[in-house]
Write a protein that binds this ligand. Structure first.
Ligand SMILES: [Mg+2]
Length: 283
């Protein structure tokens, strides 16, 4: 079994997204930036994920750059995955190092399927102003991230740009204080599928909170999303959701529900076929 999961706002949480005070009992720092705590995880979630990752193939799948991923201490020392996907699918790390065959495939996919990052940036530029955009960054030469003041974001104008970008092969996703503009040809689902080719028998469990996770969730046998974030907001506004379930809890402790979901699917799959329907063991 493979368990592929988004990280930020799914398994790890910034101070802003965790929705509990930093000094809440039972939570630990999993990333520091310049000596300051930046991301958190519940201790129970960490223990459950460590146990789970000993029984299946756990693959972190993040839009973070490689450098930002490597900063997450828990996945460098405590739970060390054989594979990880960074850059929204642009890089597959095997034993911590980028797989060059995948890189080549990504470059080929981009040729012909999407306009260049420069052109995408130009298309988005008319709505960008210092009134709401605080910082802009090209990540791994692949996609853009805009740090913003969300309350000031011109929602309608951004939506219009999203439609125009989509016509040129680019997707727009709003997550917390960030707007991502990414080429649709590079995505989490396809990077996970690349790893899955090496384990063709394995079923896939997936979790994630944002539009950039949707295709991954849709490609999985079992999927779960937290009761917060972009997918949950879309569900609340429109009633639309895929075949994934939402967690009971929101905020940092949704991470525990998510790992428990993955564990329950593994338990079910490990059960002898005749006993799966009821989920009970006869006495
Ligand atoms: Mg996320």
């Amino acid at each position: 079994m493979i368990y592929a999961s988004d990280l930020d706002m799914t398994l790890i949480f910034s101070r802003r997204s965790m929705a509990v005070p930093e000094d809440t009992a039972g939570i630990s720092v999993v990333e520091t930036i310049g000596g300051k705590s930046a991301s958190f995880m519940s201790d129970a979630e960490m223990a459950a994920l460590k146990e789970l990752s000993g029984k299946l193939l756990f693959v972190p799948v993040t839009t973070r750059t490689m450098e930002q991923y490597r900063r997450i201490d828990v996945f460098q020392r405590h739970i060390v995955p054989s594979y990880a996907i960074t850059s929204n699918g642009g890089n597959v790390l095997v034993g911590g190092e980028p797989d060059m065959q995948w890189r080549k495939m990504v470059a080929e996919r981009l040729r012909g399927s999407a306009c260049s990052p420069d052109e995408a940036r130009r298309l988005f530029a008319p709505v960008v102003s210092s009134d709401w955009v605080l910082d802009e960054r090209l990540c791994d030469d692949l996609f853009y991230v805009y740090l913003m003041d969300r309350d000031r974001m011109p929602l309608e104008a951004v939506r219009e740009r999203a439609a125009e970008l989509a016509a040129l092969g680019w997707e727009l996703s709003v997550q917390g204080r960030k707007v991502y503009i990414v080429p649709a040809a590079v995505n989490k689902r396809d990077a996970v599928a690349y790893i899955r080719h090496r384990h063709p028998e394995a079923e896939l469990i997936a979790s994630g909170d944002s539009l950039l996770d949707r295709s991954l969730l849709e490609s999985a046998d079992y999927a779960v999303a937290p009761a917060h974030g972009e997918l949950y907001r879309i569900y609340q506004e429109t009633g639309q959701m895929g075949h994934w379930t939402f967690t009971e809890r929101s905020g940092l402790f949704a991470g525990e529900d998510i790992v428990a979901f993955a564990q329950s699917k593994l338990d079910k799959a490990s059960m002898p076929a005749g006993k799966r329907k009821t989920g009970t063991v006869p006495g």
